[in-house]
Design a binder for this molecule. Structure first.
Ligand SMILES: NC(=O)c1ccc[n+]([C@@H]2O[C@H](COP(=O)([O-])OP(=O)(O)OC[C@H]3O[C@@H](n4cnc5c(N)ncnc54)[C@H](O)[C@@H]3O)[C@@H](O)[C@H]2O)c1
Length: 387
């Protein structure tokens, strides 16, 4: 096991009706609040009114940044930064899915930076300060509710890049499974794939003798596989939604990578696809991950065989490790297809036009991944195999 540090300051407030605690949770941080949200689903569901009521109860002055796009854009983040500076905002409250949370984090960091917030994504500057953030999550997927990451798209430059800092962990996140009842089927599917992909990035590692981390990861995968299908059958199944929501948080809150070298190559490639084609992150991952698996599994066949047996319940008798590994990859693709995720870039209207550019961008800082280091030619092959 590698040396590691675990840091997670986010207070998780989980359960039905927990939005009632919002006012008290915001109160210590100030009364000048920027409310960040997306395209209006929170208005239709009544959540907006509940949030505004809570903020009015503590006498907060609320300014709004609405219209956060899925794959949130730098231009929108900049609008939020401007409001923060002009209105002397003390607290940023994100209400929505991962895109809203990520945009709020970028706004919070950009507001206290005397330069272009994009600098944080291209390693020109590191975050030195940020406004405090709180979140009310409405979609199980990214883990952004309990981590220090945010992904922002520069639509003009067709680039999608991540920022990360201890300073942008939410101070608190409210997770009420009932708030996810209205998530449409396709977004539920994208969320399931995103959560599973976060686990894959940390599970497929060359680090050995890590039984606790492996079983953590396998239990998250099994929980998502079972409860994902239940939530798709009945979007108002409280327990299925609750289990999915908590799995999403644990998949990317710093629990799984303890002492383990993690990969993240597939996420890097997916970001290049959605930077150009603006596809949902989960859809891109559903297409790419089984192709990444097929390309790299020989680096450690035994781990993929274990995945097949423990996660997909494949009977190992009479099968070689290689056969088991491949059966696990086939089962992964079959599950994605069963829940309705795309299997090829072609299904999303993407052809080979931009493969060179996407591969160049994905490897702009050098080879990616740690399970197998992927250079530009490897990335091109995985993208071509995904057409
Ligand atoms: N910060 C991280 O650690 C991290 C990790 C993975 C991905 N990401 C990024 O997060 C973004 C994706 O976030 P996401 O998957 O949470 O989706 P999202 O926030 O983009 O939301 C997807 C859609 O679902 C709608 N929606 C959200 N909640 C709803 C509800 N309760 N009812 C009805 N509609 C609802 C939104 O309005 C939007 O149209 C991508 O940009 C991705 O790259 C971030």
């Amino acid at each position: 096991m590698n040396a590691f540090e675990l840091y997670n300051p986010t207070k998780l407030v989980f359960g039905a009706g927990k939005v009632k605690q919002l006012g008290e949770l915001v109160k210590p941080y100030g009364k000048r609040v920027l409310l960040v949200y997306g395209g209006g689903s929170i208005k239709r569901s009544g959540l907006y009114d509940d949030v505004m009521f809570q903020l009015s109860e503590i006498g907060a002055t609320v300014h709004e940044l609405s219209g956060i796009e899925p794959n949130p854009r730098l231009t929108t983040v900049n609008k939020g930064i401007e409001i923060c500076r002009k209105e002397k905002i003390e607290f940023v409250l994100a209400v929505g899915g991962g895109s809203v949370l990520d945009a709020a984090k970028a706004v919070a960091a950009g507001a206290l930076y005397d330069g272009d917030v994009w600098d944080f994504t291209i390693r020109r500057a590191t975050i030195q300060a940020a406004l405090p953030i709180g979140t009310v999550l409405t979609l199980a997927a990214t883990g952004s509710e309990m981590n220090g990451n945010a992904v922002i798209s520069n639509w003009e430059a067709k680039e999608k890049r991540a920022i990360g800092s201890k300073l942008v962990y939410p101070k608190f996140s409210i997770l009420d499974p009932k708030l996810t009842y209205t998530v449409p089927r396709d977004q539920t599917v994208n969320g399931i794939v995103d959560i599973m992909s976060h686990v894959f990035e940390q599970y497929f590692t060359l680090t050995t003798d890590i039984p606790l981390q492996e079983r953590f990861a396998e239990s998250i995968l099994l929980t998502v596989i079972e409860n994902g299908e239940k939530a798709l059958e009945d979007g108002t199944d409280f327990d299925a939604r609750a289990n999915l929501l908590l799995a999403g948080t644990y998949a990317l809150n710093g629990t799984l990578p303890n002492g383990v070298s993690t990969d993240w190559a597939t996420h890097g490639i997916e970001h290049e696809v959605s930077a150009i084609y603006d596809i949902p992150h989960g859809a891109g991952l559903a297409i790419l991950f089984p192709n990444w698996m097929k390309y790299v599994y020989k680096e450690r066949v035994g781990k993929f065989a274990q995945f097949a047996v423990r996660v997909w319940g494949i009977d190992p008798s009479g099968k070689s490790e290689d056969e088991l590994a491949l059966a696990g990859i086939v089962a992964t693709r079959a599950y994605f297809t069963r829940i309705g995720a795309p299997a090829t870039l072609g299904e999303l209207g993407i052809n080979d036009d931009q493969i060179d550019r996407m591969a160049e961008e994905a490897t702009r800082f050098g080879p990616i991944g740690s399970f197998k280091h992927l250079d530009i030619e490897d990335v091109k092959t995985i993208l071509r195999n995904s057409l």
